[in-house]
Write a protein of this length. Structure first.
Length: 337
């Protein structure tokens, strides 16, 4: 077993992935500081923040996560890691790592992508924000029925009873507020995209993507999606975000952006940005978390991997029934009754 006392943050996280992938959970927990702060923004039914390694172990024991004293969940039975990508922050203590876990189950592959932003000290993780696709994990573990019940209970009161609340009048984007990003650094480009989208300026946001954009959505349901080119980006947007018209979906009607965290990397063209959307629908509030890894050139995004919580987005948009049907159809054949 590797001693990580003098290891870089990247080496610590890669060793964590190796140990977890081998179902060596006791050893994996040894890489976590006793006072670790673990954030799970995409945990369902709502985000979770855990303080201390003991509470981290307890949460995993209760939620089919990596356990020390119980049998590992099914997703770990035949597991491999793929597509590991390391982004070193300009803060030498912080690293961002993307990877896919792939579970082989009864002749089927279940891909569950991950990204985490981790701060280390003395070879241990002291703070980490881990974004996982818990629906894909539920598929791998044969837990879809429980997740369907959980997500159904997330439907807003405003959407129960057969009629959704009326939407406010569409906002008219103020084009005069658009910032020219031609000479901007990547962080400013991504933040301007976020500002335009959050104010309803979808057309303006699209202008900040290159014509040859390559855009990945690892958490998309029922499976990850990669699109190439502006035309394909617009087509996907029209299908998933703006069906039937040019207006953005309900989650953007009364929206606040919170907790923006920018991680500039040692590659000057790449930036990682985290943020939280808070949507107000009637008397309800829906929180959904996001993180993107974006590469820019000449003030435009040329490549981006966007991790969004599509379940909570469905809650905010009032489209949970369709989301439930998609997730139900993800059930593996051996788990169908």
């Amino acid at each position: 077993m590797s001693d990580t006392t003098t290891s870089s943050p990247a080496e610590v996280v890669l060793e964590l992935i190796r140990r977890a992938g081998a179902a060596d959970f006791a050893a994996a927990y040894e890489l976590c500081h006793e006072d670790i702060v673990l954030s799970l923004p995409t945990f369902l039914p709502k985000p979770v923040v855990i303080e201390g390694r003991a509470k981290q172990v307890a949460l995993n024991n209760a939620n089919s996560g990596p356990t020390v004293d119980q049998k590992a969940p099914r997703l770990y039975d035949d597991l491999e890691s793929r597509n590991v990508r390391v982004h070193q922050s300009t803060d030498p203590n912080v690293v961002i790592v993307e990877w896919d876990f792939v579970s082989h189950i009864d002749g089927h592959e279940v891909v569950h992508p991950n990204i985490q932003v981790t701060q280390c000290r003395d070879g241990k993780m002291v703070r980490t924000t881990d974004y996982h696709t818990f629906v894909a994990r539920a598929v791998a573990n044969g837990e879809i029925p429980a997740y369907l019940n959980m997500i159904e209970n997330m439907i807003l009161p405003e959407d129960r009873g057969g009629s959704a609340p009326p939407r406010p009048a569409a906002r008219r984007p103020d084009e005069s507020t658009r910032i020219d990003t031609a000479a901007s650094k990547p962080a400013d480009v991504v933040l301007e995209v976020l500002r335009r989208v959050s104010t309803g300026d979808a057309v303006g946001a699209l202008e900040l993507y290159a014509d040859d954009i390559e855009l990945a959505f690892p958490f998309m349901l029922p499976e990850p999606v990669v699109i190439k080119g502006k035309a394909a980006q617009i087509a996907l947007l029209e299908k998933t975000e703006m069906p039937g018209g040019a207006r953005l979906p309900r989650l953007y009607d009364d929206l606040e952006v919170r907790d923006v965290r920018v991680h500039e990397t040692t590659d000057p063209d790449i930036v990682v940005v985290e943020w939280t959307y808070v949507s107000r629908i009637g008397d309800s509030t829906v929180v959904n978390s996001n993180i993107v890894v974006s590469q820019c050139r000449d003030g435009k995004i040329v490549r981006s991997t966007d991790y969004h919580d599509h379940v909570t987005r469905a809650v905010a948009n009032g489209t949970v029934p369709a989301c439930l049907e998609t997730i139900k159809n993800m059930t593996l054949p051996l788990d169908r009754t």
